[in-house]
Design a binder for this molecule. Structure first.
Ligand code: PEP
Ligand code: MG
Length: 590
């Protein structure tokens, strides 16, 4: 997508804006293993300390490897000592010396110096035909990972300078959270879409972010001054002094669209109540949502508690997290979604990635296949549900049997707790409707559920067969596709006929452009991130549900998302122009 023809400075790289706002800063590259790897410059006075830190890690790694070669797992059947012997030799090799020279000469942190050398080896080894030599690279990489972990010793060894713009191929959600603590000016990635979890979190932290900048690592250099325009979906290389004014204007315009503190009203102008709930996993985030006017938590993504390498939280750790929010919401409910994770999340090992993870053993399927994991989680939720109003959401339901099985398990776990003298509540059980089978069979589904949580992120993905994380197909990810709108209508109607409520979740619900459409389709509860509450509430209170409904009826004449978007834009400009935050109506929304 990037424009490669222009001069480097003043050049615009066009991508996809996934988190609004504009930030300007110097490029810092970041690569990820289990935790983000950051390149930082070491001051001259710190070089010796950095080398010492590296040497300490080398010694620690040697001790680990010697211990490992003596471990009981190292027996005749599984002789691993050879491997560890090779790894020990690598720690004695020129790799160590070369890393130290790179720290000294380039004045960069040890992790990055090592990573550069390993990348060099990788390029050389990959071109070799002999498999034996190619495999050697894997050993080197393995040792490098061990050293990196040892250098970190559980604490972050690198600091991101203020006003950095982080550039990465893609980011894990946990990395975005870690980065947010350093307040980067913006984030640029090569891949990822609007509904990728990294993008959702970037929006939560108000980090301007642009994805889809292919070859960013080639087009940008470390230290380049760039502007990340998350509104326009562009990156501007900003070294030319004549561009200063334009950049200032972009910054001023981009950051004026933020939320202010005033709480919203929750009725349309013709008196229809639309409840805003929060997407939150933390009492502090919820407290802020409540100040803004949210009532309860409509979506608690419990997989946020799963650690790096797929380490699952214990029952008590989960209980602590759930009871904290249960107390925070009080009489308003928190809906805790059981782990929406896949095999690769659980093992933390990329080799466990299924060919089609989005269609694989994930979410409710993983829970029912490994009932111990689900049972532990249910125990924690049921125990916490005595402290407040707690609901359970079952993710990615595709047939009624899953709901029946899960409800039986919930009943059994509850009985067990009570038999053990442990207090347990009686939560409502809702289902995520986000795959086509659940939409088409919604009438059957609602008979078995207490409420519906309509996951629009996945609904668009699965309905249109378009990977939500793949920016190469971003043009096919069409929220306004007629099939999506018809599906939403049909689910809301089925739930209403069955006498149960629907909460609309996903990024569609938090985007002002789509909110009148949802109200017109009959949505009366939505669950959104804090940073959307103010603008969404402003819209809800500024429109009439009758107008929204009439507008939606006219959309049935539109055959494509493009036509629907144009129709909405025309209507909004003519009727509700002042209700939208600046720049929203004229941005692209498909
Ligand atoms: C969704 O799919 O719309 C949703 C709310 O859940 P997630 O984004 O976590 O898949
Ligand atoms: Mg989903």
């Amino acid at each position: 997508m990037a424009d490669t023809n222009a001069e480097k400075f003043g050049r615009r790289l066009v991508g996809l804006g996934v988190s609004r706002g504009v930030g300007r800063g110097r490029v810092v590259f970041l690569r990820q293993g289990n935790r983000p790897l950051i390149r930082s410059v070491v001051p001259e006075s710190g070089v010796q300390d950095e080398i010492l830190r590296f040497r300490t890690a080398v010694e620690a790694a040697k001790l680990q490897l010697r211990d490992l070669s003596k471990s009981p797992a190292n027996n005749e059947e599984h002789p691993v000592s050879d491997i560890f012997g090779v790894h020990l030799l690598i720690l004695e090799s020129s790799l160590i010396e070369k890393t130290e020279s790179a720290i000294r000469e380039k004045r960069i942190n040890a992790e990055w110096a090592l990573r550069d050398l390993v990348a060099e080896y990788s390029d050389r080894q990959a071109s070799l035909a002999d498999e034996h030599f190619r495999d050697k690279y894997l050993d080197i990489e393995d040792v490098a990972n061990r050293l990196t972990r040892a250098m970190r010793g559980g604490t972050s060894s690198v600091d991101l300078e203020p006003h950095s713009v982080v550039v990465a191929r893609e980011l894990r959600p946990s990395a975005v959270i870690e980065l947010a603590k350093h307040h980067p000016a913006g984030v640029i990635t090569e891949t990822g879409g609007w509904t990728s979890h990294m993008s959702i979190i970037a929006r939560e932290f108000h980090l301007p972010m642009v994805t889809g900048i292919k070859n960013a690592e080639k087009l940008l250099s470390s230290g380049d001054l760039v502007v990340v325009d998350g509104n326009a979906g562009e990156v501007l290389l900003d070294q030319d002094p004549t561009k200063g004014k334009a950049v200032g204007r972009i910054l001023a315009r981009g950051n004026s669209a933020g939320e202010n503190e005033s709480p919203p009203h929750l009725f349309t102008t013709d008196g229809v109540e639309v409840i805003i709930r929060a997407n939150a996993e933390d009492p502090l985030v919820y407290d802020r949502a409540k100040e803004l006017g949210a009532r309860g938590i409509g979506l608690f993504r419990s997989e946020s508690l799963v650690g790096e390498n797929g380490i699952l939280p214990s029952e008590d750790e989960q209980f602590d997290a759930y009871i904290a929010v249960a107390k925070a919401v009080g009489g308003d409910a928190v809906a805790i979604r059981t782990f929406d994770i896949s095999a690769v999340h659980l093992s933390g090992n990329i080799d466990d990635c299924e060919a089609n993870p989005a269609l694989g053993l994930r979410a409710i399927r993983a829970g029912l296949t490994d009932p111990e994991m689900l049972r532990t989680q249910l125990r924690a939720i049921l125990r916490a549900s005595t402290a407040g109003k707690v609901d359970i959401i079952l993710p990615m339901i595709s047939n009624v049997e899953e709901i029946i099985q899960a409800r039986i398990l919930i009943g059994t776990v509850r009985e067990e707790l009570l038999d053990q003298g442990v207090r347990a509540g009686d939560p409502r059980v809702g289902i995520m409707v986000e795959v086509p089978s659940a939409v088409i069979a919604a009438a059957q589904m609602v008979r078995h559920a207490d409420f519906i949580c309509l996951g629009t992120n996945d609904l668009v993905q699965y309905l249109l067969a378009v990977d939500r994380d793949n920016d190469a197909v971003a043009n096919w990810y069409q929220t306004l596709h007629p099939a999506v709108l018809l599906s939403i209508k049909s689910v809301i109607d089925s739930a209403m006929d069955g006498g149960i409520p629907t909460t609309v979740c996903g990024e569609m619900a938090g985007s002002p452009f789509y909110v009148p459409v949802l109200v017109g389709l009959g949505a009366r509860e939505i669950s959104i991130h804090n940073n959307s509450i103010k603008s969404v509430a402003n819209l809800i209170t500024g429109i009439s549900s009758a107008d929204a409904n009439a507008l939606v009826k006219t959309l049935s004449n539109c055959e494509t998302a493009r036509e629907t978007e144009a129709r909405l834009r025309e209507y909004y400009l003519a009727n509700w122009k002042d209700l939208f935050p600046p720049g929203i109506i004229n941005s692209r929304h498909r």
